[in-house]
Design a protein around this ligand. Structure first.
Ligand SMILES: Nc1ncnc2c1ncn2[C@@H]1O[C@H](COP(=O)(O)OP(=O)(O)OP(=O)(O)O)[C@@H](O)[C@H]1O
Ligand SMILES: [Mg+2]
Length: 506
């Protein structure tokens, strides 16, 4: 772990023993024999953690903690307290100590305390860095993020904003698809024209048809006047067809014709009207699967999928979680006039550990709630929802400890593939990408074995064709969120962990 430690003890033997023991554990450590020497040393050689005895000739460890708090607020002191030293420990914590260890010092306990202090420091620095990064890193149109995945999305937006190509924005719910569609419009030469968003899931087919393509007077009972549809109302701007995957099948064929001809026929009308708007669509469904299962027309799929912009789920851009949290914090605090400035280290850790199945929208809601509940100038663990506080990163645990449950490699693979598929809400394209296989292979791996199939030699304890002893695959225990989806082989210790959308006019 990165960081410099300075030991302060007027007993030279103890100082050297602690220094050497921590060095052996890979820490960068030095030692001095008094509080004065410590303060002198820090003027030229900064340290991250000071481990200090309390009873020392000259300045005591407690006074040193007070001095350090004033001079070096980013440094974390750990105090070594004597027998029955609870009062001393309390005095040390009040004086600014981060932690205390009782004597005699167990080096393992000290190493853990030092490691924890360094992790706390690195988290605190990260939050600080992100607080300033959040001010700068809103590269386009309110899309905050710095991770490679979102940078790729932003790069795609920049590349296609100028063109007239039809764009399909895909991604799980709450990932920011509408934000991407708006960014495409705002970065395009069409930015001064209307941006018209339509939720295709919100209306039955006849109403949607009349909204999109317009109607002539008398087309239906309530049609007292003719009305231009949204394709025409969008002018030379952008029409955003959100939730295209939910579009009723009878509308899909009509939309296909419209996109091919670049003309709409108003309901009840005989004449086609040309339109100029650029078409951007979005869905959180896996359209390839929808096509295979005959719920989405293949020809329409190819027509709208000229350029695809996938928006990554939040869990695959872990580097953005704190940045987005800070971005929302600042925005919400500003709007609500609350003096909340930051996020505490432990709260930041919980935010990073959580899976965010509701993606950026869930994080935004979480920060809205946190700001409302926050009583300090910092969001703390107590301000976070219970599901974030109580979340334990779920992992697939492979253990070789229960021989009664041993399964074949094939079965293990099938179960893992199903878990990844569940974790991505059944999106086969997405699951295949995570697993690093194509969709056809994915289907194959999901198939149950045929009972008349010959068992594989290595599977059920039979000697293998190579003559080597059969490999006995470990069973899968525990649940997976499949968020990473990368399996690592079982370790030699017997246990291993696999980290696996109303019509709106603007
Ligand atoms: N990168 C980002 N930076 C800042 N805010 C974001 C970002 N991504 C999403 N948001 C915010 O998260 C919320 C959800 O985004 P949006 O509505 O675009 O998601 P969506 O993918 O269209 O979701 P759904 O599929 O549920 O319609 C919005 O308030 C949006 O402003
Ligand atoms: Mg949306």
């Amino acid at each position: 772990m990165n960081g410099t430690i300075l030991i302060v003890d007027d007993d030279d033997d103890t100082a050297v023993l602690l220094r050497d023991s921590l060095r052996k554990r890979g820490f960068d450590v030095d030692a001095v024999n008094s509080a004065q020497q410590c303060l002198e040393r820090l003027r030229t050689d900064p340290a991250d953690v000071v481990v200090t005895d309390v009873q020392m000739s000259g300045m005591s460890g407690i006074d040193l903690c007070q001095e350090l708090r004033q001079r070096y607020p980013d440094l974390l002191p750990i105090v070594l307290t004597g027998q029955g030293g609870l009062d001393t420990a309390i005095a040390a914590i009040r004086a600014g100590a981060y932690d205390f260890i009782t004597k005699p010092v167990k080096v393992d306990a000290l190493a853990i305390a030092v490691g924890r202090a360094l992790e706390h420091l690195s988290l605190r620095r990260e939050v600080k860095r992100l607080r300033s990064a959040a001010d700068r890193d809103v590269p386009i149109d309110g899309i905050a993020g710095n991770s490679p995945a979102i940078r790729e999305t932003i790069e795609m937006i920049r590349r296609v904003a100028d063109s007239d190509a039809t764009v399909l924005v895909t991604g799980e719910s709450g990932t920011g698809k509408e934000l991407v569609a708006r960014a495409l419009h705002n970065l395009s030469p069409r930015r001064d024209q209307p941006f018209v968003a339509v939720n295709c899931a919100a209306m039955p087919a006849p109403l949607l048809e009349s909204e999109l393509f317009g109607h002539v007077r008398g087309a239906f009972t309530d049609a007292k006047r003719s009305r231009a549809g949204l394709f025409v109302q969008a002018g030379a701007g952008t029409i955003f067809l959100d939730e295209i995957g939910e579009m009723p099948i009878e509308m899909q064929v009509k939309l296909l014709r419209v996109l091919q001809e670049r003309k709409v026929r108003p309901v009840g009308g005989d004449e086609e009207v040309p339109f100029e708007a650029r078409v951007v669509t979005a869905t959180n469904r896996d359209l390839e699967t929808e096509v295979e299962e005959k719920r989405f027309r293949e020809d329409l799929f190819y027509r709208i999928n000229v350029v695809a912009i996938p928006v990554p789920p939040l869990r695959s851009r872990a580097g953005d979680i704190l940045l987005l949290a800070q971005f929302f914090l600042k925005r919400i605090a500003g709007r609500t006039n609350k003096p909340v400035q930051g996020i505490s280290g432990p709260a930041a850790r919980l935010l990073m550990d959580y899976d965010w199945p509701g993606n950026v929208r869930e994080l935004e809601n979480c920060m809205e709630r946190a700001v409302a509940l926050c009583r300090l100038d910092e969001v703390t663990v107590d301000d976070l929802p219970a599901k974030v506080q109580e979340h334990q990163s779920s992992k697939i645990v492979i253990t070789t400890e229960s021989p009664g449950e041993l399964i074949t490699l094939d079965e293990m693979e099938r179960r893992y593939v199903r878990q990844v598929l569940n974790a991505v809400g059944g999106n086969k394209t997405h699951a295949a990408r995570i697993l690093g296989i194509d969709r056809r292979s994915l289907y194959r791996r999901l198939e149950e074995p045929r009972h008349d199939a010959k068992p594989e030699a290595a599977a059920a304890g039979a000697p293998s064709a190579t003559g080597r002893p059969p490999t006995t695959p470990p069973p899968i225990g525990g649940a997976s969120n499949g968020s990473n989806g990368h399996a690592t082989p079982p370790s030699g210790t017997g246990t291993s962990v696999v980290h696996p959308g109303e019509i709106e006019h603007t």
